[in-house]
Every structure is written in structure tokens, then in C-alpha cells.
Design a protein around this ligand. Structure first.
Ligand code: DC
Length: 233
């Protein structure tokens, strides 16, 4: 498909959807095609969860986790190593790119992201990053809360079984010892918390384009999004 008119692209693009729905893969590919920056905001919540575990903070201690979210320093930099990472995740000066993707972090990250003070701190940072425009921002509440004025909003969906299979294969390719049933359970648990929370729950914005990727390849989804950009241009 030919390129959309680059002068008429939306200022910012929001991509939301459940865990492992392919948001990061699709967002990165689309951003590369149009020369936008891509920020997966899940990284920021993961960073808070990781740092809380590292500091021995009780995840149930709302105030302590919220204080941590206020003081944590998260930087995302171009990849410094060819170990499969898309970028480096630097937390308080240390490289924790892979540490934020462990089962231990997976188990608590949704709980951490329920806390109002954590969401407030992360949302503020995300809006600041988006001020300059030309960003594809990925998350759960980007189209509904963080950037409600984004000119293109995508809600990327897929069944829990398909998402689990994709995540399982990805984990295996990184040499992780995983079991498909555990991946399904973990995704179900996170879906429940992400969609059920009172504050900024996972849901499609009213003006979002919903894409069900169950029967689509990555490239079909990318081409579909590029088609939307072309239409809107
Ligand atoms: O996309 P992910 O699996 O890396 O996200 C990790 C967690 O962060 C997810 O369970 C919910 C939370 N999250 C959120 O609440 N809001 C966002 N904008 C992004 C992620």
C-alpha cells in the first residue's frame, strides 16, 4: 500500500487493548512507517511494579506504592544491545529492560496500576511526552483518559486464547520455560483487573476503531491501520 500523505497525519495516535493483543508490535511498525515515536505506557506501570518489588515495598501498601510512583525515574532509550529488545528501559539509572517482563512483575503490575496516585503520576508524564506530537502511544486508557483528543484511536482486541498462544510462542523464543495454561490464567487475571477497575478501566473509546485481530496477521493489521491513516489524510 502507498504511504499516506505525511503532511496530513494525526498529531498523535492512541492504541489501546488488552494484554498481549499485539499493541506494541503493531504500534512500533506503524510508528516506523510514518516516522513517529512509539511509547508503550505499559512499561511505565511495569517499572513501578518492578521497583516496588526491588525495594521490598508491600504491593498492598497503596500510599507507599504511590510515593514510589512520584519519585521513580523512568527513561526509554534506543536499544543498546541486540538481544531482541526494541529499546532500553532505564529505571533510576539502571538497565531493567528484561526485569520488567518477569512473571513476578506480571503478577502484580495490574494491582499497582489500580492506584489513583500511580495513574496520576504516569498520566502526567505521558501527556508531557505527547505534547510535542508525532507519537503513537500504547496502553489501556490512552484514547479514553490520557489523550482523549487523539485524532486516531485504535482499540486492538483478540480472544484470550489467541493472545495467550502468541505470548507463549514469544516467551519460548526468548528461552523462557512457560506453560500455555499458566499464560492463559495470567492474562485472564490481568484482563479482569484492567477492565474492572473504577479508574481509567480498559475499554474502547467511543470514537475508537475496534480491530479484532484473531484471524489477522501482524502485517494485515499494520496495513489496515495504514489504510485508516490514508483515508483520514
Ligand atoms: O501492556 P502491558 O501488559 O505491558 O501493561 C502492563 C500493565 O500496566 C497492565 O496490566 C495494565 C497497566 N497499564 C495501564 O493500566 N494503563 C496503561 N495505559 C498501560 C498499562
Amino acid at each position: 500500500m502507498c504511504q499516506p500523505d505525511l503532511h496530513k497525519l494525526p498529531r498523535n495516535i492512541a492504541i489501546d487493548g488488552p494484554a498481549a493483543s499485539g499493541k506494541s508490535t503493531i504500534g512500533t511498525l506503524v510508528a516506523n512507517k510514518i516516522g513517529y515515536m512509539c511509547l508503550d505506557t505499559g512499561i511505565m506501570y511495569r517499572a513501578v511494579a518492578f521497583q516496588a518489588l526491588k525495594e521490598g515495598i508491600d504491593i498492598a501498601d497503596k500510599e507507599a506504592v504511590e510515593r514510589l510512583a512520584e519519585r521513580i525515574e523512568i527513561n526509554i532509550r534506543p536499544a543498546s544491545s541486540k538481544d531482541g529488545r526494541q529499546f532500553d528501559v532505564i529505571i533510576n539509572g539502571g538497565d531493567h529492560t528484561w526485569d520488567i517482563r518477569t512473571p513476578e512483575v506480571n503478577a502484580v503490575v495490574s494491582e499497582v496500576s489500580v492506584y489513583a496516585g500511580v495513574r496520576r503520576a504516569m498520566t502526567l508524564q505521558q501527556r508531557k511526552i505527547a505534547e510535542k506530537g508525532r507519537i503513537v502511544m500504547i496502553g489501556r486508557d490512552i484514547g479514553t483518559v490520557v489523550l482523549p483528543d487523539a485524532e486516531l484511536k485504535i482499540y486492538l482486541d483478540a480472544s484470550v486464547e489467541v493472545r495467550a498462544q502468541r505470548r507463549y510462542i514469544e516467551d519460548l523464543s526468548h528461552g523462557k520455560d512457560v506453560c500455555l495454561q499458566d499464560v492463559i490464567e495470567s492474562l485472564r487475571h490481568r484482563d479482569e483487573i484492567d477492565s474492572g477497575r473504577a479508574l481509567a478501566p480498559l475499554k474502547a473509546a467511543e470514537d475508537a476503531v475496534v480491530i479484532d485481530s484473531d484471524k489477522m496477521t501482524v502485517y494485515e493489521v499494520v496495513e489496515y491501520v495504514m489504510g485508516l491513516l490514508k483515508q483520514r489524510g
